[in-house]
Write a protein that binds this ligand. Sequence first.
Ligand code: 2PG
Ligand code: MG
Length: 431
Amino acid sequence: MFRPILKDLKAIWVLDSRSNPTVEVFAYVQRKEDIFVDSFIVPSGASTGEFEALELRDNEKDFHGKGVNKAIKNVSFILDHLYNNYVDNIFEVDKKLIELDGSSNKSNLGANAILGVSVAIAKAVAKSYDIPFFKYLSFWTNSYEYYLPIPMMNIINGGVHADNDLDFQEFMIVPLGFEDFSNAIKASSEVYNSLKKILKDNNLSVSVGDEGGFAPKIDSPFKACEFIIAAIEKSGYKVGKDFYISLDVAASSFFKDNKYIYLKNPITHKELINVYEKLISSYPIFSIEDPFDENDWESWKEFTNKYKDKILIVGDDIFVTNIERIEKGINNNVANAVLIKLNQIGTLSETIKAISLANKNGYKTIISHRSGETEDNTISHLATNNSYFIKTGAPARSERNSKYNELLRIYNFYNLNYYATSYKSNYLITS
Ligand code: 2PG
Ligand code: MG
């Protein structure tokens, strides 16, 4: 048995989609006589949850304080401790990383340094075995059934991701009515371009927000949904059959003094629930993410209790891919789905543990990009194991399409089934 051994780690900075620097880590592992290299580029959020693992920034003059030289240095420190170690067990590698950091939120070495190392090593090890990363992942996820995930594509951007007056952050299309993944992507691209035309015809801007979706100067979430419905129909698809709509409200970003600032007015959580109620009764809403602030557990409970059998209620900022917080959610009947972001928790194995915990308790999991992204497409591989949903922006802009395109490669070369068919037959979809 030839076990892979870590021979080198090299970290550099590269630019993300918002022109901020981020860490790319290259891992070099030796197996038999050969050296195998692979890398991972860490993404970066804007609407970050208060309880996320810490992204270490230099806070010095360069890059308006956003430099990552400290994180890069910390990768050398990690190398000193992992050099020549066996690295074929991701749980053991990550355990060492967590111990080396020694904090509860990875604030000593930085989640950007730690995650870069964690994922780059796993990818290099997969290469040393000559298996695609999605298959290698299944050793750890115990998922021997792979599917192409159902995309949630953010085609209208608001909140902190856009320069408009939409309070809600993301308006997504969900192509559920397709037999295979490539047709789902084709149809979504058609809807995206129909939406562009409709916005133009309405004299609205077609410039885009952080995640490649349009950012028209509108303020009403109802108007945003109307445009999306029109785009679906204009493309010849059926609303509530071929396509559903998902929302990421990201409500922590407009929660002030115990009120939600909606359309410039402070409203109570009950009034906000009324807005959701109206949206759910007017449109085929598939899911609502972060409907309330990350600390407003009571409102979450109330809403979950009412809507858990009708839509997916997705926890992002409230759970931050953190096992303890997800557990608290499960024990309190909060949400029925978890958004999964590698850099919220900071290692690959903790991410996998979060997915298993959620799935074991009947919570759906959605693998997610960050608003600050790069060409890295690793999350596409993760989304074929046990999650089967992926949220990675509009079908536009290369940092978003890199994920969809990698899934198209997996579709074409490995012929995986699209999860939508199986999802529809197992779970009730209201129309
Ligand atoms: C979210 C994400 C990704 P950010 O809120 O779900 O869409 O945004 O990366 O800015 O946290
Ligand atoms: Mg979110």
